[in-house]
Design a protein around this ligand. Structure first.
Ligand code: FES
Length: 141
């Protein structure tokens, strides 16, 4: 009887852990950041991202990737995959963004190339001024 109870508790702990690991990223993705924590913009030196390179930053408490694309210039996306919220990684050699969870892939315009993601990666506004990339330039408040 004690063994059954122990196994029941163990299963409950594993179940709660698994449920939390799925629910937390989804809640973070859909919950808006608190108004006080909003940052109007973030500046990065253009020299920090060579042609074809990328840099991950945190903008308004959200993971963002800034990419210096060949021929198209700088672009910034949310790194949160539109499938189940894993963080995408930049594959410089393949020139695409790859989600490690279910192999979803996105082109460097944020569009879905393959896999289960239902939509493109959210674009983060930016502008280039002199030697700096300013992320979030259209955020007001
Ligand atoms: S979470 Fe990215 S493909 Fe499933």
């Amino acid at each position: 009887m004690k063994r059954r109870r122990f196994l029941g508790v163990l299963l409950a702990v594993f179940g709660a852990t698994a449920a939390t690991s799925f629910a937390y990223p989804l809640l973070r993705f859909f919950a808006p950041p608190s108004r006080d924590s909003r940052v109007k913009n973030v500046s990065i030196s253009k020299n920090d991202i060579p042609l074809g390179g990328a840099r991950s930053i945190v903008f308004n408490d959200n993971p963002v990737i800034v990419i210096n694309r060949y021929e198209k210039g700088f672009v910034a996306f949310s790194r949160v995959c539109t499938h189940l919220g894993c963080l995408v990684e930049y594959d410089k050699g393949q020139r695409k963004l790859v989600c490690p969870c279910h192999a979803g892939t996105f082109d460097l315009d944020g569009n879905v190339l393959s896999g289960p993601p239902p939509g493109p990666l959210p674009l983060i506004p930016l502008k280039v001024e002199g030697d700096f990339i300013i992320i979030g330039t259209s955020v007001t408040g």
